[in-house]
Design a protein. Structure first.
Length: 304
């Protein structure tokens, strides 16, 4: 093999000698495993960068980033210790060119979910993103989650109940109504007077973790779904669909209600040091969405 291959990155700069904040690669395909699911491989996309602090260097050693990434993340489960060691190695691989490193991993976590009543089950995927920065020998980690759920409008539910009350008063004008006649009418197509509008809704969360510890992702998602109260379903039979309709009727909420539930859960979680979230109700009544944004991060973070 020819050991005298040209290396243009070691040549003299032809432009100004200036440092650059981040140089690297995006969209690198990698299989990863989580500590909570060590036997399952997940398909991830990685964005990896280092700073170019040596102003008179033409560029970084790009291939070293790829090789270190592949060697680290494909051989052991994802842990905070492994991520910290990887970012330190990314910096040292540049042999004095870099002082900082950044890594983002995007993947979908598949969770097995049981039906409400029937004993059936299905699978649901949740987008997850882990972003790490190693700057000034300090590690910072941010976790992003997207969680879908169902929401039923309290105002629409009240209007539907009023419409049903008016319809019953019109249908049964006499003072005394037999229980059988009322039940027969309600169970007929005529009894479908009005239905409250519901919509698929989403909670988008960015979390900074105490001590940079990675959580049990499945348990964390399940906790947020329990807080909201009406997570979307997978496999359902008729009894499950009816149970879900009842669950929504017991869990009427505006986007502000969902946001306050999430915020309370975030404030009470000792493993979360900082957060940003967006609640989005994709309305079936309107052509626009109802949205709440809240955060502990510095003012202006929600502009990103």
């Amino acid at each position: 093999m020819n050991m005298n291959l040209p290396d243009v990155t070691s040549k003299q700069l032809t432009t100004a000698s200036l440092p650059l904040k981040w140089v690297g690669m995006e969209g690198i395909a990698l299989p990863i495993t989580l500590a909570e699911q060590p036997s399952s491989s997940l398909s991830a996309k990685a964005n990896v960068f280092v700073s170019l602090d040596k102003a008179d260097a033409k560029g970084i050693h790009m291939s070293r980033l790829y090789l270190r990434l592949k060697e680290s993340l494909t051989n052991e489960p994802l842990t905070m210790g492994a991520l910290t060691a990887l970012l330190q190695t990314l910096v040292s691989s540049q042999e004095g060119l870099s002082l900082a490193a950044r890594l983002q991993l995007d993947f979908e976590l598949t969770i097995r979910k049981p039906a409400l009543l029937s004993g059936q089950f299905g699978y649901q995927t949740y987008p997850v993103s882990i972003r790490c920065e190693y700057i000034n020998e300090k590690m910072n980690t941010e976790l992003s989650l997207s969680i879908p759920y169902s929401s039923t409008c309290p105002c629409s539910a009240a209007l539907s109940r009023q419409a049903m009350s008016d319809a019953i008063a019109t249908q049964f004008s006499e003072e005394s109504v037999s229980k059988e006649a009322l039940l027969t009418w309600i169970s007929s197509q005529q009894g479908s007077v009005a239905t409250p509008h519901s919509q698929r809704s989403f909670a988008y969360l960015k979390l900074q973790l105490q001590h940079n510890e990675l959580p049990d992702f499945s348990a964390l998602i399940k906790n947020f779904e329990d807080v909201i109260g009406t997570p979307v379903q997978t496999a359902v039979k008729r009894e499950d669909e009816q149970a879900f309709a009842k669950l929504n009727a017991e869990n009427l909420m505006f986007c502000e209600d969902a946001a306050r539930r999430l915020k309370q859960a975030l404030e009470n979680n000792e493993k979360i040091s900082d957060y940003w979230f967006k609640v989005e109700h994709q309305e079936s009544l309107h052509a626009h969405n109802a949205v709440v944004i809240d955060h502990k991060f510095p003012q202006g973070y929600d502009k990103l």
